[in-house]
Design a protein around this ligand. Sequence first.
Ligand SMILES: [Zn+2]
Length: 277
Amino acid sequence: MVANRLVELGLKSGDILYLRCGLGRIGIPRTQIEEIFLGGIREVLGSEGTLITPAFVPISFRWSKNLAISSESTKPVTGLFASLLLEQSGAVRSNHPTHSFAGLGKNAKSILAGHSEHGACFEPMRAVVDADGLMMLVGCVADSPGFSTVHLAQYDLGLSQRHYAKWLLAVRKGSENGEVFHPIESPGCSNGFGKFYRDYIDDGNFSCGYVGNAWSIAVRAAKAYEREYRILSTNPLYPLCDQADCFSCRITRGYNKRAVPGALISKATRLVTKAFR
Ligand SMILES: [Zn+2]
């Protein structure tokens, strides 16, 4: 039973659940995902609960001839679950041009209402933190690691505003004739966010188990954000990934300029090696 597994991971009736998932890992036939998986979530959350998931859209480089168009109906790039959620009666979607979120349930509308182009890409996570909601990863613990409160903490500390990838990206709002949106920040690479797993465990804020065949973990948002913010305030480089030439972590971060020469050499070496292979 999906509902029982979710309860074992800490989900309660009336909770705010922030969920990211790899549906393919759960092992439920595609045609039954809505009934068995989403149905199990709704069963536990009940009428007082709320479900939130990212529903981000494609982003272009600023110099692209045909910029990606961002509208309410743009298909999310964050997986099938966001699309499935948006198909549900009563589902809502925030109108941030690049990092929209989808929600369903009692507080979804109020959580997503103020998520605009003028605020943080991950601003809805603040409501999840304030309500001490549950953040859960189902089937993407290792390949899409970590929790989105890290991005919020990076914004609150002014770090993602100093991630200069923001100058490279843009989308067009609404239609091909719409206004061009330039992000005020760039959350960037999250491949190193799994480094916080040990800190959640250290805080006793970590549960794990299987949902179907999918290895899954969950943490409470308030304690997670508090720990992430504290670590990042003294060590902003803590959650960067281990890839020596990661463009996002080692070339475009204004607070990690010392890594740029090494990353460029590493990238050049890799390209030359590839060319002569
Ligand atoms: Zn990286």
